[in-house]
Write a protein that binds this ligand. Structure first.
Ligand SMILES: [Zn+2]
Length: 209
């Protein structure tokens, strides 16, 4: 992947720019101990999801946070955006089996169901997403701010996912922690991982009865 990108960079700077622009493309409902912090997940039907192709299975053992990488504001149609991500990902550009992420969160703080969490996600970068539960915050969070509602929804979804999939909260990280060629999830979200805000609030939710 890296060699391809380097070659493209020499031959076609526009191609590399669009590749890096898209670089992020990054369930089942079983409620038990996680019911107390059920974040309220909107089903795939709400964004008119196409049927997935056959998947590669995995068991998620860590959680990795992304941003989508293109601007989206609170007033914009998040469901339509998610549908477009799926259409692009399953199309001739990528030929993926489904939308690349397991969950997506809009700037308005709505959490949407993505691909089946028991299947391996997708990426345009050099890390292997096997074992990663991929959560994507919509928007370009390198350039726009994270809304309070989006950040709160992310925290709730992270805590719920830790319980639902039996994943230690110590594994919560972001795309750029695994890849040298992306700034995903954007500096405006990454700072909340760096300063401990996200992890400490997830811990509080996990300890709450
Ligand atoms: Zn990413």
């Amino acid at each position: 992947m890296m060699r391809t990108i380097q070659r493209l960079a020499y031959n076609n700077p526009i191609a590399i720019a669009s590749l890096l622009f898209l670089v992020c493309a990054c369930g089942s409902a079983k409620i038990s101990g996680s019911a107390a912090i059920d974040p309220g997940i909107v089903a795939r039907s709400a964004w008119n999801a196409a049927e997935p192709r056959p998947y590669k299975q995995h068991v998620p053992v860590r959680i990795t946070i992304h941003h989508e990488g293109t601007r989206l504001d609170v007033a914009d149609d998040a469901a339509k955006k998610i549908k477009n991500i799926q259409t692009w990902g399953m199309g001739p550009d990528r030929k993926w089996t489904d939308i690349p992420y397991h969950y997506l969160i809009s700037p308005a703080g709505v959490i949407y169901e993505g691909r089946n969490p028991n299947t391996v996600g997708e990426t345009n970068t050099e890390y292997d997403p096997s074992g990663h539960l991929l959560i994507c915050c919509l928007g370009n969070l390198e350039q726009q701010r994270v809304t309070k509602k989006q950040l709160n929804a992310l925290t709730r979804l992270l805590a719920w996912s830790c319980k639902q999939y039996n994943i230690p909260d110590s594994t919560i990280a972001s795309h750029k922690d695994y890849s040298k060629i992306t700034n995903c999830p954007g500096k405006n979200l990454y700072r909340y991982l760096q300063n401990g805000y996200i992890k400490s609030n997830v811990k509080k939710l996990l300890l709450a009865k």
